[in-house]
Design a protein around this ligand. Sequence first.
Ligand code: SF4
Length: 219
Amino acid sequence: MLKEKIDRFYRKQEKNRRRDYFYASEVTDCKRKIYLKMKGADKEDLDPQTRRKFERGDMIHQRLVSALYSAGVVTASEVRMPDQSMFHGRADAIVSINNENYIVEIKSASPYSFKNLSEPKESWKKQLQIYLNHFGIDKGIILVECKGTQKLKEFSIEKDEGVLEELQEEFEKLLDMIKKDVIPKKPDKGDWKFDKCRYCLYKEACEESSNNLTGFTGE
Ligand code: SF4
């Protein structure tokens, strides 16, 4: 009775917007998926339960930023990168500790992945490297809260200009493919830690593009 009402509330239809930039949070995603997103391809609706999970992640994020404000270390929060850069995104917080600035990236993890987290995920590190290089700050911290126990883990990361150069090169090539309507091939799933296709909201558009010999143009 209530479940249906709540699910209806969470079942929002989202239109995918065309864009010509990348998000810092998507740099380790499937390139084919990024292509489809940027071309404005149709995507499946996110199910209400997953939306609620994301909302919970957002609440953890807000709570930790607020705790950092109370600790008196926050210089700025939700710091946005300028629109003219290739990567768009917002650094969660910039904190100052003993007169040194750090960019803080806040994440949440399920109890299982939190327990096995001995180092930050590649996607988190790359996202933070984009912010460190962009804002010219040498050090960052990835702060992770366990969704089940509220335990925290933190990882220190140093700025590495090489990572940004590699990402820029990689994504300039993708941008060129997007401009020329050349869809990236499906990735070799052997390299993937888990099957990303299973959770991909672009499965249908991805298959349609494979069947279309003239290639997907996004029109
Ligand atoms: S279904 Fe798999 S290969 Fe296709 S876009 Fe999604 S993640 Fe990429």
